[in-house]
Design a protein around this ligand. Structure first.
Ligand code: HEM
Length: 445
């Protein structure tokens, strides 16, 4: 007989969640090695919703667009972000907006929203364009590890557009390293600050980032410039609320983290897919050449081929592969009883391969997003790379603006390829990144 997470109340129609009695840590390791095969096998064995226990914590994975809608829309206020995300990134991204809930979240999000209005975005685009144009002039050719290049590029964008600071290389490298270490710390198996370990490095890096932002905040409050740091220092919600210095530092650290790796991963996936399917690279380039090198903000929406490649890359590999939540009261998901204190996981990486919504889901096919097929619209939670509900990504337009601008220049100036038998070796242990950093051959056009 299959074990269950907890018996559903006898006076209800709810089902109990089946629970695997295998070693939870080994299960997580299997999942990280092959998330798609693992998910399929679990669903065949247990159905869409099943539990496992890892380090004494009960974790339920609730697969499918309907479960995603229910949990992320959170109509009964049964799920919280704070206790779930804090488990992974709490000490490193303390008080980031994604870790706040309900009234407090609403309060902070309203102020933060001022930094992402169309007017603010156009200001960032004006800052972004010339620096991307200049930077792409000296994009390397020959054997290039594209993931590393994109990572460096997005960090340069972040320093320019988010911080509005010109840093000496040594300091920029220090900040970059601090980000990498804080992000990696969240998925450490050893969750204690043992010297030299991932957790310890994450805490050390958080301190470096805090010191950096506090050192610069007075200057940012003194004048108004178009960068995000300055915008947050002066942001005021419609109710007249503003951020304290501490809020600004916490939000800057969180937003930089949220923007940096997600954009890098998306561009890496787009470049990989366009190298594997050169006909898409050619099509996207032909469209890029119909526009000027210097894009107007309104041009972004017109680059529809690049847009479909972007959407399909986000489907096949969403940079945030899952969304964790904590049940803060007894509740249900799609008819399964979820007791208070359960950790719930919405697996968008595998949800994006659901054959109910996506034809031939393992196949790269940007046309599925065209108006005649519109597979992503079959259910409003079928395609959710930016999440959904009140925590839906606040930077989704910023991210797409940055990614499209960079890819536009790459397509116009360069061609890139991989050997026909190359398959990207993915590391799914934190955010999904290529183990080999995506080596490609780049040629100037
Ligand atoms: C392709 C790029 C990006 C992807 C795929 C992405 C994905 C996501 C996802 C899935 C969430 C929701 C997490 C949850 O509900 O648990 C989220 C939240 C968030 N993202 Fe993004 N993101 C991207 C780029 C950005 C950028 C560029 C920024 C900032 C400039 C940003 C800032 C944020 C913030 C602040 C939140 C938390 C919002 C809240 O809790 O209210 N993201 N992102």
């Amino acid at each position: 007989m299959t074990a269950v997470l907890a018996q559903a109340p006898a006076d209800s129609d709810l089902r109990s969640v089946p629970q695997s009695n295998r070693n939870g840590v080994l299960e997580v390791m299997r999942m990280r090695r092959d998330p798609f095969g693992y998910s399929e096998q679990r669903q065949v064995q247990y159905g869409p919703t099943s539990a496992l226990t890892v380090f004494g914590i009960n974790m339920v994975t609730a697969s499918g667009a309907r479960a995603a809608e229910q949990v992320l829309m959170n109509k009964d206020k049964a799920f919280e972000n704070g206790p779930a995300w804090s488990y992974f990134i709490g000490p490193f991204f303390n008080r980031g907006v994604m870790l706040l809930d309900f009234d407090e979240h609403r309060h902070h999000r309203h102020i933060l929203q001022q930094a992402f209005t169309p007017r603010a975005l156009k200001g960032y685009m004006d800052e972004l364009q010339p620096m991307v144009e200049k930077r792409m002039q000296r994009f390397p050719t020959g054997d290039v590890k594209l993931f590393s290049e994109f990572k460096e590029l997005t960090l340069d964008v972040a320093l320019e557009v988010f911080l509005g600071l010109e840093l000496p290389k040594a300091e920029a490298d220090k900040i970059n390293k601090a980000f990498i270490e804080t992000v990696r710390a969240g998925v450490a198996y050893v969750r204690k600050p043992l010297p030299g370990g991932r957790w310890w490095k994450g805490l050390r890096s958080r301190k470096i980032l805090e010191e950096f932002f506090y050192a610069n905040i007075a200057a940012k409050r003194a004048t108004q410039t178009p960068d995000l740091f300055s915008v947050l220092c002066h942001a005021e919600s419609e109710e007249g609320h503003t951020f304290t210095d501490e809020d600004v530092v916490n939000h800057m650290i969180f937003v930089l983290m949220a923007a940096h790796d997600t954009s890098t991963i998306t561009m890496t996936q787009m470049a990989y897919r366009m190298a594997k399917s050169p006909q898409w690279q050619d099509k996207a380039r032909a469209q890029a050449l119909e526009f000027d090198a210097h894009l107007a903000y309104d041009d972004l929406a017109k680059l529809d081929i690049l847009d479909s490649v972007l959407k399909e890359s986000l489907r096949m590999c969403p940079p945030v592969p899952a969304q964790p939540r904590m049940a803060v009261k007894d509740t249900e998901i799609q008819g399964y009883f979820i007791p208070k204190g359960t950790f719930v996981n919405i697996p968008q990486l595998t949800n994006h391969r659901d054959p109910e919504f996506f034809t031939n889901p393992d196949f790269f096919d940007p046309e599925r997003f065209g108006p005649d097929r519109a597979e992503d619209k079959a259910h409003r939670f079928a395609w959710t790379p930016f999440g959904g509900g009140v925590h839906k990504c606040i930077g989704l337009y910023f991210g797409q603006m940055e990614i499209k601008t960079i890819m536009h220049h790459l397509l116009r100036g360069y061609e890139w390829s991989v050997p026909a038998d190359y398959e990207i070796p993915m590391d799914y242990s934190a955010l999904p990144v290529p183990k080999d950093k995506l080596p490609v051959m780049v040629r100037r056009r």
